[in-house]
Design a protein around this ligand. Structure first.
Ligand code: CP
Length: 320
């Protein structure tokens, strides 16, 4: 693949290849000196049309640790505010001869549209309600590390519960696809108004009762309410939401004894997850997710820019 637009475009062996490639960057990032020259001389543009803390910073750190020149374009300070179209913005970025462009956009499909207009690899950093592929990859890497710490070596049959605003969540969609590809059994839980009508077509088991969804879960992934995508339709009060769908210590007792708790961030503490769960040592891997995010983004940038450096693309290398 030239681009990374969706988990749906990847075969299982390609997902595993990216996870394996990321391990060398996990090791590098844990050293005192974190620098590599793997992408020296390349230019990476991060074009973010929506807010971000983790994804933008980790792509920036990833590019810099690989030795690339990294430039960030924030839509709020760009000529998008003067009415420039997405296509014209894409053609402008292309004319600057970037070697990779990382894009976050509020509209599903916008990243693919841009990828059709530029000559370099495009990485989707989250597009509307569609996909957030590097989030799912970093989550898989974080789960793999946590499983290995528990003496378990694989995802096969792993019982994962994803709870929250499934309807608007690109994180949920990418994670469902990624975890299923790796062999996990995925349950999703949401209030009826926040569950997509076609969810069963994704091969997951839907729940509205969070206690039932937690029963025996080995991984619990909590998502926030995406109020900004709701058009004022369904916004329960934080108190009401916590009562029915908040992850409390008491509720967590229904899950497996060595359960792994995750959240992609940003968290709303005291709403979808209580602080004493989010900060529970050995159970919560929320900060590990952030650490893995840098390594996964290093792996994705490295693998996708191989052709720009005259190195075999990953598909070609594996086909031999
Ligand atoms: N998980 C995630 O995408 O966080 P940001 O919105 O802060 O990038």
């Amino acid at each position: 693949h030239r681009d990374l637009l969706a988990i749906g475009q990847l075969q299982t062996h390609e997902i595993l290849y990216l996870l394996d490639e990321a391990e060398q960057w996990v090791a590098l990032n844990r050293q005192a000196s974190k620098h590599s020259n793997a992408l020296a001389g390349l230019t990476i543009i991060n074009a973010f049309f929506e807010n971000s803390t983790r994804t933008l910073l980790s792509f920036e750190i990833a590019g810099k640790r690989l030795g690339a020149d990294v430039v960030n374009m924030h839509a709020a300070q760009s000529s998008v505010k003067k009415g420039e179209t997405l296509i014209d913005t894409a053609m402008t970025l292309n004319a600057m001869r970037a070697d990779a462009i990382v894009i976050r956009h509020g509209s599903s499909g916008a990243v693919r549209l841009i990828s059709n207009k530029v000559d370099c690899p495009v990485l989707n950093a989250g597009d509307g309600q569609h996909e957030h592929p590097t989030q799912a990859l970093l989550d898989a890497l974080a789960i793999r590390h946590a499983l290995r710490a528990r003496g378990r070596n694989e995802f096969n049959g792993l019982r994962v519960t994803i709870c929250g605003d499934i309807l608007h969540s690109r994180v949920a969609r990418s994670n469902i696809l990624c975890l299923q590809a790796l062999g996990a059994v995925v349950r999703v839980c949401a209030p009826p108004a926040l569950m997509p009508a076609e969810i069963e077509m994704m091969g997951v088991e839907p729940f509205h009762d969070f206690d039932a969804a937690l029963d025996g879960a080995e991984v619990v992934m909590m998502l926030r309410l995406q109020n900004e995508r709701m058009d004022g339709q369904f916004i329960p009060s934080p108190r009401e939401y916590r009562h029915l769908y908040g992850l409390t210590v008491e509720r967590l007792g229904r899950a497996a004894s060595d359960v792994i708790v995750m959240h992609p961030g940003p968290m709303n503490r005291g709403v979808e997850i209580d602080s004493n769960v989010a900060d529970l040592p050995g159970t919560s891997i929320i900060t590990d997710q952030v650490e893995m995010g840098v390594a996964i983004r290093m792996a994705c940038l490295d693998v996708l820019t191989r052709r720009a450096r005259g190195v075999d693309g990953w598909g070609e290398k594996q086909a031999r």
